[in-house]
Design a protein around this ligand. Sequence first.
Ligand code: PRP
Length: 206
Amino acid sequence: MSLKIMDHPLIKHKMTILRKKETSSMEFRQITTEIATLMGYEVTRDLELRDIDIETPLEKTVGQEISGKKISIVPILRAGIGMVDGLLTIVPSARVGHIGMYRDPETLKPVTYYCKLPKDIENRLVILLDPMLATGGTLVEAIDELKAKGATKIKSLNLLAAPEGIKAVQEKHPDVDIYVCEVDRCLNEHGYILPGLGDAGDRLFG
Ligand code: PRP
């Protein structure tokens, strides 16, 4: 597995706006979409290409088109929904699955309440979306669910991660590539990332 930390001035700037407590829901949604688009650029960097013969208005030449696995985007509800439009901006033909999970506030264990995935998920590169990777329980469970349904190639996009969450996913699912914008210091006693940005679902949707 690989851990890719996005290292780009635009992302750092936009993440700082997300972290600020005075940022409105409207701005938070807009900027989450923008960051997701930038992450989408990076997560699609190693898509396979094949050569194709084409003709420009002037002569024949060889171009390239995406080949290999098709893409499925899977947000983890609720907060993952905030990243969907950003990904669809650059891969508009991707199928979109949904996994509904919430973290029990007492036990911090994930509870799955919904799962609807494209029928041919086993043939697709799955890009899993969730702004926050805290204890890692949610992401580990979502990957369990995807693998149980046949997914073989999975990448996870998270805006913010705690070291604990990265470790948990690396231990349980070493084959999954994780892309994060920034890794924060630690979790507090309620499982919130510090310094973090608060509760992404609440900040996106109120
Ligand atoms: C938050 C977040 C992740 C999860 C991360 O969701 O969006 O899905 O917690 O925590 P973990 O890594 O410790 O499992 P939440 O339970 O608040 O649900 P929501 O997206 O519906 O607000």
